[in-house]
Design a protein around this ligand. Structure first.
Ligand code: SF4
Length: 263
């Protein structure tokens, strides 16, 4: 017969469960962490307070109590700690650096791409190569700076040869992105490209059908536009991407500059 949890552990676990529930996360799994502590709570698939949970294995020191969700830097730090030196999907095998996300924790706009490329993998920061430079130009054209937005990807490790991340890889990694979104709470999410759009919206459709309209997503608004890497391959579509960004500016009350973004 399993022993019941001691009151302090119960309190710690309940506090952490409530924290995740505030973010819309209801399922959990356990992972090994350090000697003497066999697992800690982690959002995913296993019921935390199941009757068969061994209390002897459940030791959450006070230091692991979650920060208030209003403390965005601490909440993001906790997500990064939960990711750890991640080996949850095969993409970990080829990475140099895990690319968590970067930007203003109070951003109104969050850009979400599909995954890191070679430059991002080398630097550990999203959108720093040629596509990143174009994204910076697109952001500047909106009358704001890269430092005003938050940028992340669906998967945090570079797919080999810059291939498209596979569904199981996206499914494994995207809960961390959802948690980042719930902490940042942007007014607008801009999904960059079909992979980001399809993973966030759980739809399968062409970019032509996905673009040009607003979606309700996790208490915020989401718009789909072309990935900057695609725009580098087909610059004719920049005009279309600019139309999408103008929708964002109008929604946020930003004054649109007269000129479209430069290359
Ligand atoms: S892509 Fe995400 S789930 Fe896969 S190893 Fe990297 S951090 Fe972990």
């Amino acid at each position: 017969m399993p022993k019941s949890l001691d009151p302090q552990t119960k309190k710690h676990l309940a506090s952490r469960v409530n924290y995740y529930r505030e973010m819309g996360i209801y399922d959990f799994y356990r992972r090994p962490v350090e000697e003497g502590v066999e697992f800690v709570l982690q959002p995913a698939t296993e019921n935390l307070l199941a009757d068969n949970m061994s209390p002897a294995k459940t030791k959450l020191p006070a230091a692991t109590l979650p920060p208030a969700i209003s403390d965005k830097p601490s909440a993001l730090k906790l997500i990064r700690e939960d990711i750890g030196d991640c080996t949850r999907c095969r993409l970990h095998k080829g990475r140099t650096n895990l690319v968590f996300g970067v930007g203003n924790v109070n951003a109104d706009i969050m850009f979400v791409g599909e995954g890191p490329g070679a430059d991002e993998d080398a630097k550990g920061e999203p959108f720093v190569g040629r596509a990143g430079q174009l994204l910076n130009n697109m952001i500047s054209a909106m009358g704001i700076g890269r430092e005003d937005v938050y940028i992340a990807n669906v998967v945090k490790c570079r797919p080999p040869g810059n291939r498209t991340p596979e569904k199981d890889e996206c499914d494994t990694c995207s809960p961390f992105l959802m948690r980042q979104i719930d902490v940042i709470k942007p007014k607008v999410i801009v999904a960059l490209g079909a992979v980001a759009a399809k993973n966030l919206l759980a739809v399968s459709d062409s970019m032509a059908n996905l673009r040009g309209r607003w979606y309700d997503f996790r208490d915020t608004k989401l718009l789909v536009t072309y990935h900057p890497a695609y725009l580098l391959r087909d610059p004719r579509q920049k005009k279309e991407a600019w139309k999408d960004l103008q929708m964002v500016m109008k929604f946020l009350g930003l004054n649109p500059p007269a000129k479209a973004p430069q290359d």
